[in-house]
Design a protein around this ligand. Structure first.
Ligand code: N0T
Length: 525
């Protein structure tokens, strides 16, 4: 799926996704890179608002900013391009030592077409809209129009051409989002004559779904799957045209399907009514993967406080053929726990939405600590986490309500995690009020771990495989060094010992420490 297999090293290579045994890293300038991201508000990519953007990003401690590029602004007049907003973003990001992910607000924005230029909006004869089943004209472009596709491709290719010119050697821009939350709001699919004709035809071979018409192959889901193929096929061609100019990694974000309220007597929300039909939702991933090979990954946006749902969404999108990336989440209390959870499932990046001081999502120019502490803690070790995630060596534990103790399994060793303080000998740990305890344990060697987190203590215990003979050994700490990475090498600033280790490594709610703990086993006899 478009991952270069070249070894890490060359400084000059383009940002790309590297895959290893089904694990991923985004590689930037030869190094694995964990995107500690933030997306700015929709109408913030302007000269008048950018001064209110940068300080918020700094306060959240991000290393990457996601910012929109508006087709309507970039090509207000057909075939004449204005890259001034793009240039401001690239230069501003450089000035603030940030990388940039650009979001192409083109044919689709949240399942509608509100960012197409006026010359597209006002010429539906040339650039047709979708029609719903009753013939109503929607504010969604038809994905079955060669003219609209050509116009979008042309504009996106021009953007990529420009980026290669201004950024081809600097790599400030590391990834592109092609369209935004695509799909159709208002109808399960396009019912225009052009669409109906294709719907009556056969399902393309490339989907490996069997042969027959859409209705024969997909039954009751035919309309929605048809919309998914049409949208994926269209966007794939936009991405391919862009990559032909400048081959950055490209992804699509997803307005996922959220479960129907438990009191309602139906098991699936309605496509085109409750979410944009034909986008890369959970049920459409296989179609999108087959129909859009130029899209490197599909990344779910997550707007819910339901953590169990987040875990299911991660399970859907973290696949051997799809790197996990969360391009948007709301600025809620679950940000930290969900961020840690995603890291434990190989995420290459995580990005809350609405981070700027335009007074839309954040008031009083103040980022709450429960948000900013996360990237502040992990920023200094982002490269190590990205590298270890590529090797499948990162695990996390996130507190769940009513479960104050958790275990993380490694070969021969468990990390026992106790949430909340105070913790007293012989007592069950108290947990935290909002189940916000979270830890990351990355394995550097068989008995060598990088550990940090919030509101939790960690002890290590030897485990014995049930089938093997009892090991009769005791596990001891050789050293627990608090420290940091400098130029890729671990540098210790002090040893934790005595009270700092005897009852576990303790990471309080305002923790800023990272510890490297080395253990050994002593045979008892
Ligand atoms: C997101 C954002 C922005 C049960 C919303 C979320 C962004 C877009 N759309 O602020 O518009 O550009 O990608 C859709 C959320 C559906 C929530 C359903 C909750």
């Amino acid at each position: 799926t478009g991952q270069a297999q070249s070894p890490i090293g060359a400084e000059s290579q383009l940002p790309h996704l590297q895959r290893q045994d089904g694990h991923y890293a985004l590689v930037v300038d030869g190094k694995p890179y964990l995107m500690l991201g933030a997306q700015i508000n929709n109408s913030s990519s302007w000269a008048s608002t950018l001064p209110d953007v940068w300080p918020a990003l700094e306060d959240l401690h991000v290393n990457t900013v996601e910012a929109p590029v508006y087709w309507e602004q970039m090509e207000a007049h057909e075939k004449t391009f204005d890259f001034s907003n793009v240039d401001l973003l690239v230069h501003g990001a450089r000035e603030h030592h940030l990388h940039l992910v650009l979001l192409w607000f083109g044919t689709w924005k949240n399942g509608q077409m509100h960012y197409v230029p006026e010359w597209v909006k006002t010429n539906p004869a040339k650039y047709p809209r979708e029609l719903n089943a009753y013939g109503k004209v929607l504010d969604v472009m038809s994905p079955h129009s060669a003219a609209t596709l050509e116009a979008d491709r042309h504009a996106f290719a021009a953007l990529m051409h420009h980026l290669r010119e201004i950024d081809g050697s600097e790599h400030t821009v590391i990834m592109m989002q092609v369209e935004n939350e695509s799909g159709s709001v208002g109808s399960v699919r396009d019912f225009s004559a052009a669409a109906n004709k294709e719907f009556a035809g056969s399902v393309p071979q490339v989907l490996h779904a069997g042969s027959g018409t859409w209705s024969q192959v997909y039954g009751a889901d035919a309309d929605e799957r048809f919309a998914a193929y049409a949208t994926a096929h269209y966007i794939n061609q936009v991405a391919a045209a862009g990559k032909a100019e400048y081959a950055l990694p490209m992804y699509c974000n997803v307005w996922i399907t959220y479960p129907v309220h438990a009191l309602e007597n139906r098991d699936h929300p309605s496509p085109g009514q409750e979410y944009p039909s034909g986008g890369p939702q959970q049920e459409n991933i296989d179609i999108w993967k087959a129909a859009a090979p130029s899209i490197d990954l599909l990344g779910p946006d997550f707007y819910s406080d339901d953590r169990a749902l987040f875990h299911r969404v991660v399970a859907s999108y973290a696949r051997p053929d799809n790197a996990l990336f969360i391009p948007e989440t709301h600025l809620g209390r679950d940000f930290g726990p969900n961020f840690f959870y995603a890291l434990g499932h190989g995420a290459i990046g995580f990005s809350p939405f609405g981070v700027d001081y335009t007074n839309w999502t954040i008031s009083d120019r103040k980022i709450p600590a429960f948000l900013s502490e996360n990237f502040a803690l992990l920023g200094p070790i982002e490269e190590q986490i990205a590298k270890l995630n590529l090797e499948g060596k990162v695990q996390t534990a996130v507190e769940q309500k009513g479960e104050p103790v958790a275990r993380i399994h490694f070969a021969g060793v468990d990390a026992v995690v106790s949430y909340g303080f105070p913790q007293r000998d012989g007592e069950v740990p108290p947990g935290t009020l909002d189940a916000s305890g979270r830890v990351i344990v990355a394995q550097l060697g068989p008995l060598d771990f990088l550990v940090t987190g919030f509101d939790a203590s960690i002890t290590f215990v030897a485990t014995t495989a049930a089938s093997a003979a009892p090991r009769n050994e005791q596990l001891e700490i050789l050293s627990a060094e608090q420290g940091q990475y400098v130029g890729g090498a671990w540098q210790s600033s002090r040893n934790w010992n005595g009270d700092q280790t005897d009852r576990g490594l303790r990471f309080k709610s305002d923790n800023k420490d990272v510890v490297r703990i080395r253990l050994h086993t002593l045979p008892l006899y």
